[in-house]
Ligand binder design. Structure first.
Ligand code: GLU
Length: 404
């Protein structure tokens, strides 16, 4: 006889899976031996149920899961966390007054795999504004609503070579890419102009929540950050006026205040490390949300988004980032750093002290060390002797420490 509670503990504590997740709780319900009581499962019945390879419990228990050695992997995450915590370099974002009030030492990390294994460590309850981390989702929202051609009629795909807020357009007088401020503000000009302001923000907030798995995914709004950025947002207004002058918003120019206002609102969307990591996991799995099991985004849109994050997501540090970490990423001046390990997991580090590019100092260091330890770079496969910890679900080596 198998104790269902004991099985739930294994799923949760050893594998990071939430037993109340719809597909897992359905599979658990099927195990229950109704002739005895709802807490037990007869051994023969258990064996019969485990024949089905699509059963999420079967997959988890037989190692056909993104990170089979989840406990060991998380221990390594914690070890790197403690090492990186010693770093106190960097400054809080200095041009949004409200962000100056953030606790400098706050530090958290969270991850969610493509099979929905979750882990979070540090100040996990702390909520922070997404800031630039919202840009990839804004891009995806526009792709889903209006299609690739319509979006790229307005915005290019090349790295700008400049900072996130550079007053600069490409040779065709378009924003260089969707990740820099000019691109993100232009996306705000496209997104549901027919709605009123509250509905427009609400639409985007539920888009984000849906991608992160639904109502358990925390998505809020940080009013002080919004007001503070709006009051001190001259640079972004300047970008918008410059773009209006160059005809980026069409010959009519559009409602510039509205575009910038939506941009500030979306930058002030607040999340926890875990809620942002669940959104990131949906990108890692090609648009299928691992927590709800639903295909939320077109795969081709996710592919475009990851390509953009890879080449442009870290602004004028994107080249060094590709060398050192080698993964699609996006940072925000609040101190959030979101990375996608395609086909493996989404990971978020939050620590608000920034380097001169506007990226979290600890975030960068954490990702460098994690990528090196587990050979996570998209190019590590060509380095002799390295193999990513989980190349496919059929191949389940333990987390392999190939570098020292
Ligand atoms: N709201 C910030 C700004 O426009 C976003 C920049 C970022 O986080 O990349 O300055």
């Amino acid at each position: 006889v198998l104790e269902i509670d004991a099985l739930c503990d294994i799923l949760e504590d050893q594998l990071g899976l939430d037993p109340t997740r719809p597909d897992i709780s359905r599979a658990l319900a099927m195990l229950v031996d109704e002739s005895s009581n709802s807490k037990h499962c007869d051994y023969d019945h258990f064996v019969r149920m485990m024949v089905d390879a699509s059963n999420p419990i079967q997959r988890a228990l037989t190692g056909k899961i993104a990170i089979p050695d989840f406990v060991d992997f998380c221990k390594e995450v914690v070890r790197i966390f403690h090492d990186v915590k010693k770093i106190t370099d960097g400054e809080l974002c200095n041009y949004i007054p409200e962000l100056q009030k953030t606790s400098q030492d706050s530090f958290s990390v969270a991850l969610c795999t493509i099979d929905g294994q979750q882990f979070a460590f540090g100040d996990t309850k702390h909520e922070f504004a997404m800031q630039g981390c919202v840009a990839p989702f804004l891009y995806l929202a526009a792709l889903e609503e209006y299609g690739i051609a319509a979006v790229h009629k307005m915005i290019g795909r090349e790295p700008s070579g400049g900072s996130f807020d550079a007053v600069r357009l490409n040779a065709y007088d378009k924003p260089h890419n969707p990740m820099v401020n000019t691109g993100a503000i232009t996306l705000c000009s496209m997104l549901h102009p027919e709605m009123d302001a509250a509905d427009r923000f609400g639409w985007m907030a539920s888009f984000l929540q849906d991608i992160g798995g639904g109502k358990n995914c925390r998505v809020g709004f940080n009013q002080p950050v919004y007001l503070s950025e709006k009051e001190s947002g001259d640079q972004n207004f300047a970008l918008a006026y410059y773009m209006k002058g160059k005809g980026v918003f069409g010959s009519q120019g559009g409602n510039l205040e509205q575009f910038v206002d939506l941009y500030f609102q979306l930058c002030a969307t607040s999340v926890t490390c875990s809620s942002l990591a669940s959104m990131a996991a949906t990108l890692a799995s090609g648009g299928r949300c691992p927590l709800s099991g639903k295909q939320k985004l077109k795969t081709v849109h996710v592919k475009n988004c990851l390509s953009g994050m890879y080449s442009c997501g870290m602004f004028d540090y994107s080249g060094a980032w590709a060398f050192n970490v080698g993964l699609p990423a996006k940072s925000g001046v609040s101190g959030a750093l979101m990375i996608i390990v395609p086909n493996l997991m989404g990971l978020v580090v939050y620590s608000p002290r920034l380097n001169r590019y506007g990226h979290s100092v600890r975030g960068i260091e954490f990702c460098k060390r994690l990528s090196k330890k587990f050979s996570l770079s998209v190019f590590d496969q060509i380095v002799a002797g390295t193999s990513r910890m989980s190349k496919s679900k059929e191949h389940t080596p333990s987390a392999k420490n190939t570098t020292t």
